[in-house]
Design a protein around this ligand. Structure first.
Ligand SMILES: C[S@@+](CC[C@H](N)C(=O)[O-])C[C@H]1O[C@@H](n2cnc3c(N)ncnc32)[C@H](O)[C@@H]1O
Length: 341
């Protein structure tokens, strides 16, 4: 094969491989992993239990074998260890992230990536006629999947953040845009001396009561609905914004940070948890660079370099004091520390 032919094969296989998560999306939508949780079964048995077309389900399961989630022994299909993660009620379940991945919200927006690149605006708005968060607040079923996707690894992130002395040493921690509260609840559970304030929109907080109560920290955690474009709760000595700033344009990001700065006591600290884009293109990794486009397409947001964060913080009256990569499993994210300038 000459080089041109090899490159054509490479590009074609890249295109076909990119359909693999859609195979998993269909499996999850049909509830097949949960049915297989009871033990291996044939396509006919699974079709009967899931109300699907047996021959087509057999083809879906064959394709799923190539994703490493399904195995076959004779005519009976079963889940591999990876496939167990597609079930609903297992620790670390990837069911909701896959449902969000394959949703019309994501797929139709990504289909208009070129529109985003033409205009610099979220393709989501072009397709759905409003911003993502407004859309989610009007579609509780979608918002639940989105919130649970965001919360999917909050337990392990909480564990990583709980081990950071500056965070563990704070008396009252605000989680701004903290969603259903899994991270704050985890940090408070690890540090009985700490109080917390969970701040998000009314609909973003759906599920927060249950999460915070289940962690046994409800008495130490205020749950405050609001809009960070209007104000942010005061009276905390530490402010955490995890994967919030990357949802917004520079102007909006500065407004959010300025509202934090205005309410923060002079000696309080502010922490961002975000992916930091390397300056050197040789260090670009696919996940970070695709996530950057995901932010453009869905919310007119962006992933940023250290210098970008420094500029945003300065514009909001804050000063960047440190950037340190977080330990696994949050290893693509860094803790960006700031204080009042
Ligand atoms: C990408 S999610 C991150 C959630 C959480 N920090 C995490 O990392 O799991 C962004 C959060 O910002 C919240 N949000 C969006 N617009 C907001 C607003 N105007 N005021 C307060 N929160 C908002 C969303 O509801 C959502 O929970």
């Amino acid at each position: 094969m000459n080089q041109i032919e090899e490159e054509r094969v490479h590009l074609a296989s890249m295109m076909w491989e990119s359909h693999k998560p859609l195979v998993l999306y269909a499996l999850v939508r049909l509830g097949i992993p949960d049915l297989l949780g009871d033990g291996p079964a044939s396509a006919e048995q699974l079709a009967e239990r899931s109300g699907t077309h047996a021959a087509s389900l057999n083809r879906l399961l064959r394709a799923a074998i190539t994703t490493g989630t399904v195995r076959v022994d004779g005519v009976r299909f079963g889940l591999t260890t990876r496939g167990e993660l597609l079930r609903a009620d297992v620790p670390g379940s990837m069911r909701n992230p896959l449902l969000w991945y394959g949703s019309g919200e994501k797929m139709l927006s990504w289909g208009k990536l070129d529109e985003s690149v033409r205009t610099g605006q979220d393709a989501f708005r072009h397709v759905f006629g409003c911003g993502l968060f407004e859309h989610l607040s009007e579609h509780p079923d979608k918002e639940e999947i989105f919130n649970e996707t965001m919360a999917a690894n909050s337990g392990s992130i909480a564990h990583v953040l709980s081990g950071i002395p500056e965070i563990a040493g704070s008396a009252r921690l605000a989680d701004v845009g903290g969603g259903s509260g899994g991270i704050l609840a985890g940090v408070l559970a690890a540090h009985p001396h700490m109080q917390g304030v969970l701040f998000d929109t009314e609909s973003g907080l759906s599920g927060a009561e249950a999460t915070v109560a289940a962690a046994g920290v409800r008495e130490r955690c205020d749950i405050v609905p609001g809009d960070f474009f209007e104000s942010v709760p005061g009276g905390c000595d530490a402010y955490l914004l995890k994967h919030v700033i990357h949802n917004w344009s520079d102007d909006d990001a500065v407004t959010i940070l300025r509202h934090c700065r205005e309410t923060m006591p002079q000696d309080a600290a502010l922490y961002l948890v975000e992916t930091v884009v390397p300056d050197d293109p040789a260090e670009f990794d696919a996940v970070t660079m695709i996530r950057d486009l995901n932010m453009l397409v869905l919310v007119t947001g962006r992933e940023r370099t250290r210098t970008d964060f420094e500029q945003l913080l300065t514009a909001a009256g804050l000063e960047l004091t440190g950037v340190s990569p977080l330990a696994r499993p949050a290893h693509r994210s860094s803790l960006i520390s700031a204080s009042a300038a």
